[in-house]
Design a protein around this ligand. Structure first.
Ligand code: CP
Ligand code: NVA
Length: 304
């Protein structure tokens, strides 16, 4: 049966942890020189309607690294740009490729592609979710700090796609998550309520970044204006300024707390150069782990 990855909600706790364990093993095997060919003969189509450096390249490198191939389509080059229905695009693509990786605006684009595609559809970022990113971020946390269920994770910034996927992960896996967001920039209320109901550990939204980092093992941030919100950039800069990850805020966190940033980073906005380039920040390990995680996801969903 084909499985889609529309959001982290599509998988059980055991399956989510399984993606992480497998990605860690694939990373070790690559370092040891093991040649992988699990996806030889398979093709994945990437449809990206927003810019990307890491996600695109890491999905492509993951596919080639497992012996497969990719076809990349920017949204504007397809007939979607001329209003071809998604249900037609999905059925046509599925005749050519073994999986579809999509980055777009509305979550409903992913939902509709998934409904009509006979091959797996993988969400590579929407306005609502960034599930593959959070899986590689949790992989990085596990590598650096061990069992995620015993850790306290802090999210400082916008209640955006990243925050929503962290919330779903916390709800399903069961780890403590504290989000500090400015009033009016909270995460999606339905996603939050569902995760709070499901989770074995507290998921809390508050306003004070100092309070959120006080006992945190992991401190996360992201840009203050996401793709598609460029017109709000100036307004957001002023509102989010008190949430900057800087040396002063880090002095309120435990000495061994690590800092995550999915990148791209806007230095001196959500994070200072000093913290981003410090040994406490693991952003470039996160970026590498996207490739190992995408291998794990592609292998699992495409193996048939
Ligand atoms: N972290 C991330 O998704 O980066 P890109 O936008 O470069 O893909
Ligand atoms: N929240 C950001 C994540 C970028 C990887 C955005 O959607 O632009």
């Amino acid at each position: 049966m084909r499985r889609h990855l529309q959001s982290l909600d599509d998988f059980t706790k055991e399956e989510l942890l399984g993606f992480i364990d497998r990605a860690i093993l694939l990373k070790k095997e690559r370092a040891a020189g093991v040649k992988h060919q699990q996806l030889a003969g398979k093709i994945v189509g990437l449809i990206f309607e927003k810019p990307s450096t890491r996600t695109r390249v890491s999905f492509e490198a993951a596919m080639y690294g497992l012996g497969g191939q990719v076809i990349f389509l920017s949204g504007r080059d397809t007939q979607l740009a001329r209003s071809e229905p998604l249900k037609d695009m999905a059925r046509v693509m599925a005749r050519y490729v073994d999986g579809i990786v999509v980055r777009t605006f509305g979550q409903k684009v992913v939902t509709e592609l998934a409904e009509y595609s006979s091959v797996p559809v993988i969400n590579a970022l929407t306005d609502l979710h960034h599930p593959c990113q959070i899986l590689s971020d949790i992989m990085t946390v596990v590598e650096k700090k061990g069992n995620i269920e015993a850790l306290k994770i802090a999210w400082i910034g916008d209640g955006n796609n990243m925050a929503n996927s962290w919330i779903q992960a916390a709800g399903r896996i069961g780890f403590e998550l504290i989000l500090a967001c400015p009033e009016g920039y909270d995460p999606d209320s339905e996603i939050l309520a569902a995760a709070q109901k499901e989770s074995a550990k507290p998921i809390t939204v508050l306003r004070s970044p100092q309070e959120a980092v006080a006992a945190a093992d992991v401190i996360n941030t992201d840009v203050w204006a996401s793709m598609g919100q460029e017109s709000e950039q100036d307004e957001r800069l002023a509102i989010f300024q008190p949430l900057q990850i800087n040396a002063e805020l880090m002095s309120k966190a435990p000495a061994d707390a690590i800092v995550l940033h999915c990148l791209p980073a806007h230095r001196e906005e959500e994070i200072t150069e000093e913290v981003l380039e410090s040994v406490r920040c693991v952003a470039f390990d996160q970026a590498e782990n996207k490739m190992h995680m995408h291998k794990s996801i592609l292998e699992q969903l495409l193996k048939g």
